[in-house]
Design a protein around this ligand. Sequence first.
Ligand SMILES: Cc1cc2nc3c(=O)[nH]c(=O)nc-3n(C[C@H](O)[C@H](O)[C@H](O)COP(=O)(O)OP(=O)(O)OC[C@H]3O[C@@H](n4cnc5c(N)ncnc54)[C@H](O)[C@@H]3O)c2cc1C
Length: 411
Amino acid sequence: MAEPQRIVIVGTGLAGASAAGELRATGFTGQVTIIGADSHRPYELPALSKGILLGDAEEPDWVHDEDFYQKNDVELLLSTSVREIALGDRVVVDGSGTRYPFDRLLLATGSRPRVLPVPGADLAGLHTLRSLDDSRALLAALRSGGRVVVAGGGWIGCEVAAAARKHGCEVTVVERLPLPLHPVLGDTVAAVFRDLHEQNGVVWRLGVGVAEFTGEQGKITGVRLDGGELLPADVVVVAIGAVPRVELAHAAGLELSDSVPGGGVDTDAGLRTSAPDVYAAGDIAAHFHPRYGRRLRVEHWANAKDPGTHVAGNLLGAAEPYTASPYFFSDQYDLGMEVRGLANPFRDQLVVRGDLAAREFIAFWLRDGAVHAAMNVNMWDDGDALQAMVDKQVVVEPRQLEQADLAGMVG
Ligand SMILES: Cc1cc2nc3c(=O)[nH]c(=O)nc-3n(C[C@H](O)[C@H](O)[C@H](O)COP(=O)(O)OP(=O)(O)OC[C@H]3O[C@@H](n4cnc5c(N)ncnc54)[C@H](O)[C@@H]3O)c2cc1C
């Protein structure tokens, strides 16, 4: 097919909006339409559980300036839900029946928070966190103070706990696993996060699940745990992960993944789905990663921004594989960290450089002697070296990692 004339993007998150920006940056002059259910122009999500929730920022990081869309002739349709992709007709259809023809389509519909299927899950005072409106509503609740229970000790649960402590709330975090962030960090490093929160006044309930939410007159009053303990609560935040929003793709008959947790829309290395001229990027994409030789679905900021930008070239006819290593960051209290690469902390060898107790360290995860992932905590000088070590899967002597010049190891 010749260069497309009409590109439609479903989803106004970071992946979709990055693709729209890059299409114009590369000089594409055809029609670009980006359609999203959110009422705000595209924004990034990380500040929703940090700057905004802490009360330090009024606004999120917008993906583009307000006048970008008009200036660049990008048609931005907000508060608009797409209900169908008619692949045969090459149109998407919104909730009111309006049809948007496309030559190429990008699906960037992101994720939604996982729900806890227990009694009381519809009570007022129960929050999830995915959108700017969610974040502002939760900030207002935290500012009212009181007793906060967070269900889930993953990244978002931990960041919410830190924000709630800043607002002076009493905070309990309930986590079914023995430690927060256990699947991604393993025993030793996850314990650092348990201690960090404990030292900042968070009470943990570890190794126990939520049995039900209790309430009075439609409002939440508590969280009952498996085993019977009742935690009184004014505000409850459910942060037990997210599920990819694949319904449109599924209904359109695109192949979905059964090989990555939570599923996702199967794409090849170039982010092409199983349907001609339809691509997927960001949280929904179960992308075949050439370096790992398997599909990955990554719910990280960089995995929305970078593939969103990358896919623009492929929408215009290239077939370049997306090969970047996963990258993630988080901030909690005075701890800032970045993780590069993909570890299996229960199989890989952990090597620590620095001081775990002082929360100034770099954790390396080695497989067969090669660096598969690295996490720097409150140490910021070696980011480029760590990136190169992970990208090249540099083979090292573990003892070297504890002392030697890291930049020197990657040449
Ligand atoms: C609170 C929070 C904090 C985070 N913090 C960090 C962090 O510190 N570091 C990090 O690396 N990552 C972080 N992440 C993860 C990261 O930001 C996300 O993985 C990434 O932004 C996902 O972008 P996306 O464009 O794929 O999806 P989304 O941002 O979810 O965008 C998808 C959009 O599609 C829209 N949509 C869905 N279905 C339809 C439809 N049928 N019709 C129209 N529109 C539709 C949705 O309304 C949404 O606006 C955080 C995530 C959250 C929720």
